[in-house]
Every structure is written in C-alpha cells, then in structure tokens.
Design a protein around this ligand. Structure first.
Ligand SMILES: [Zn+2]
Length: 461
C-alpha cells in the first residue's frame, strides 16, 4: 500500500470510528398510545362485578413504550400497560410482531402491566372469573378489544422507535409508604395500626426511578411501586393510583411520558382505599417520591445494556384426576365449575393437563449498576425482598435491583414458599380464578430464584 492509500485508509478508519455506535453514547425513544376501550365492555379484577360494563371514565388507560439503546447498539424495549394483566397468548403474539418489526430477540422486550382493577377484561386473563362466565355478546367485545390492544401496543413501539435519538439516562430511587401487607393487617384496623406504628408483615416501599433526558429536557420518567392497584372498585375506567401518578408526573415534566410498572405487590394493598380522593392522594404521593428522587443524586447509566429472558418449567402440585374434575364441575361455586369444565373440555379435545407452567423470567442489566428483574404473575413481596437482598449492592444508597411483577404473562399468583405453606388467597384459592388446575408445588420459590440468579450471572460472563 503506498503512502497516500495508507493515510487515506487511516483517515477512513478514523472517520468510521468517529461515526461508529461505540462512540455515539446511549439513545432513547418514547411514545404513548391510548388503550381506553372504545366501547363500554366488561371490567376486570373483581368477580363480584359479574362482567358488568364500565359506565364512565375517570382517566384514560395507556400503553407506553420506551426504547433504550446502549453505545454498542444493543436495544431493549419496555412497554407499560394500564391493565389488570396480560395472558400468555396475547403477550406472545404482541412480542412476535414487535420482534419482527424491529429485528429483536425475545429478551429485548418486556411487557409490564399496572394491575389496575378499573380496566377492561384482557383476552384470556382470569378466564374462569370473566371470559368463561360471559355471554356471546361480551365475548365478542373482549375479542375485539384484544385485537385493538395488540395493534395499539405494536404501534406504540413503532412510534417509540421513530423517536429514537441521542439521550442521557439517569437512575435513582425514592420511598412511598401507602402499600400495606394485606395478609397481616385487617383492613378495618389499618388506620389505627398505622397511627400506632404497628403495621405488620413484610413490605417494600422502594420507588425506583429511571429518567431519560434529550437535549437536557426530561422526555421520559419510568417508575415502579409494589402495591396492588385496588384503591378503586367503581364502574369507571381508570389507571388507579398508578394512573394518577403518571398524570402528575406528565404535568410536572411537560412534554415527557411517564411510565409506571408494578412491583411484587401481590400481597400488598393501598390502605385505606375505595375513594377517588385516596387514589389521587396515593398517585400524588408516588409522584412526589419520584420528583424528589430526580432532584436528589441521580446516577448516570454507564456501561452496557444486557438483556436475558427464559421460561422455566414451574411445577404444580399433584394434578386433579378426571374424576376429581367431574366432581368439581358440580360445585356450588361457579368459578370452580368454570375452571373444571375448561379442563374437562381440554381433556375431551385430547389436550393433556400439564404438570408445569412455562413461567417467564427476564433480567436486564441497565449499565453497570442497575439490575432489573421482570417476573410473570402476581408476585408476593418476599421475592423482591429476597432478590434485592441477594443481588443488591449494599454500598449504594439507592436501590439498584428493581423487581417488577405482572410482566410478560400474568397467569396466577406467585407465592413464596412461606405464603404457599400458609395458604389463603395468594397461596391457594386465587388459582381458581386464573384457571390453574391446582396450587404451585413447594419448589416454586427456588425454581424462580435459581432462574433470576442464572440470568443475572450470564450478564457477567
Ligand atoms: Zn391482584
């Protein structure tokens, strides 16, 4: 190579290096799409509503998407949804379309729901509580909403990609205290117990915060909290306290999109509850915690984005026999009847009951410091406490392990071994409403924790 060509080659190399993604810094994009049902339809979350339709709207419901890209070009997409949950079928279908449209693998997408109890029935979620007890007209409405929802989610991710550009990410954490362990405190006693500082049971009051800034302006604020979205039980569409918190934050940061994800609040309730004022108040308190965190010492996200996903075979206890299902189908409890008939129909169609459920676990490393764990189902608080304890960096003042529940597939409650052995709603009877044939096996906690650790370890390999 002569001298001229060599210097030309070096110049080109220098130009390529300057323009290559390795020196470009992180990128981000965000968007939101309205997913409030366009027709009045059955509401999800409480069987006592008997699939009655919503009658008015308190707040809109949103699908929001944020795309993050590290300086090596690795991307992750988080979608937050103001919904009770999402079933495996809908989740798989949505992810397949997003993967195809943006050339992603499954580990690069997380779908996180807020678990609002004032949203619509989502496809097959809580099937024996809703879909199986509906008339054909309602089934049609639920089917049409599922199609609308799927398209809105795919579109909102497309829109977030269109917004992709140079961005700075920072993280921190705050505290909010309205989540109360509902297994350990009688609801009517809560105000008195709180006053006396005598609330019992494990809880997690952390409020993780991720901020995206573009050209110095906040363009997205992502935050989570471990508490059921059950402040409200009325016949009005609303995002509950998480919905109000998002509204507060979008007012606080004009032009920004606020995204809420639910933590492992399977056994936590916002108490006291049941008034719009309280839902707004909890939303305000959560938003205040987020704003306070953003004004304190936020840390820059540095290093690489790493994404891992797997489905582990989560074992169920001994499955019921066909005879036992027939017996259950004669129960006076119409949810038990609906579940039994569903499984008997499956057996008649040649579909054997499975001893395990393909349970989704996803772990992201958000740069060098933050580990973000996404679990499927209604995860109880013991998981967050254990995972933070085992994976967290104790030297950091801010919580650097973030534990999301209600993600990717909400198929059941996910009790810890403690809660499983105690039984009750979260440990046992809630399985009926989700259509699971029986309770989880005692291996539930260790199987999930092993998976979280395995995926986390892969990041460091
Ligand atoms: Zn729940």
């Amino acid at each position: 190579m002569n001298h001229f060509l060599r210097s030309f080659a070096l110049c080109s190399l220098a130009f390529l290096l300057a323009a290559s993604p390795t020196s470009a810094g992180w990128k981000g994009g965000v968007a939101k799409a309205n997913i409030t049902p366009q027709e009045w339809m059955p509401m999800s979350g409480y069987g006592s509503r008997n699939n009655k339709h919503a009658e008015s709207k308190l707040t809109d419901l949103w699908a929001k998407a944020i795309v993050m890209e590290d300086d090596h070009g690795h991307q992750a997409v988080l979608v937050t949804l103001d919904l009770i949950g999402i079933d495996r079928g809908t989740s798989m279908q949505v992810c397949k379309r997003i993967q195809k449209a943006h050339n992603l693998s499954r580990d690069q997408i997380a779908l996180s729901t807020s678990h609002t109890h004032t949203g619509p029935v989502v496809a097959a979620t809580l099937k024996p509580m809703h879909y199986l007890l509906m008339d054909d007209a309602n089934k049609k409405l639920v089917g049409e909403y599922a199609v609308f929802l799927e398209n809105q989610i795919v579109d909102v991710v497309d829109a977030a990609y269109k917004d992709l550009g140079s961005a700075e990410f920072t993280w921190g954490s705050g505290t909010a205290t309205f989540a109360t362990n509902r297994r350990n405190n009688k609801e009517s006693d809560v105000p008195k117990l709180r006053e006396a500082g005598e609330l019992k049971g494990p809880r997690d009051h952390d409020v993780p915060v991720l901020l995206m800034k573009k050209s110095g302006e906040v363009s997205a604020v992502v935050f989570g909290y471990a508490c059921h979205s059950t402040t409200l039980s009325s016949m009005e569409w609303s995002g509950d306290y998480g919905g109000f918190a998002q509204i507060e934050l979008e007012n606080e940061f004009p032009g920004a999109v606020a995204l809420f994800w639910a933590g492992c609040g399977g056994d936590q309730n916002p108490l006291p509850r049941r008034t719009i004022e309280l839902a707004k108040e909890y939303g305000r308190r959560l938003a205040t915690a987020v704003v306070k965190a953003t004004k304190a010492s936020m840390h820059k996200v540095e290093g690489n984005l790493k994404t891992r996903y797997e489905e582990v075979d989560l074992s169920l206890a001994k499955l019921p026999s066909k005879e036992e299902l027939v017996e259950q189908s004669k129960s006076s409890n119409h949810y038990i009847v609906a579940r039994a008939k569903m499984h008997l129909d499956n057996l008649a169609a040649g579909q054997e009951m499975s001893q395990t459920y393909p349970y989704p676990v996803e772990v992201w490393a958000l740069g060098n410091d933050v580990t973000w764990v996404f679990q499927g189902g209604e995860v109880v608080i013991d998981y967050a406490i254990r995972i933070k304890g085992e994976l967290g960096n104790k030297e950091m003042e801010d919580v650097n392990v973030w534990c999301a529940g209600y993600s990717n597939d909400v198929m059941a409650y996910i009790p810890s071994l403690r809660v499983l052995l105690e039984g009750g709603y979260e440990g046992a009877s809630s399985m009926i409403y989700y259509g699971q044939p029986t309770i989880w096996s005692p291996k539930v906690e260790e199987t999930i924790i092993d998976s979280v650790k395995r995926l986390n370890k892969k990041h460091s390999q």
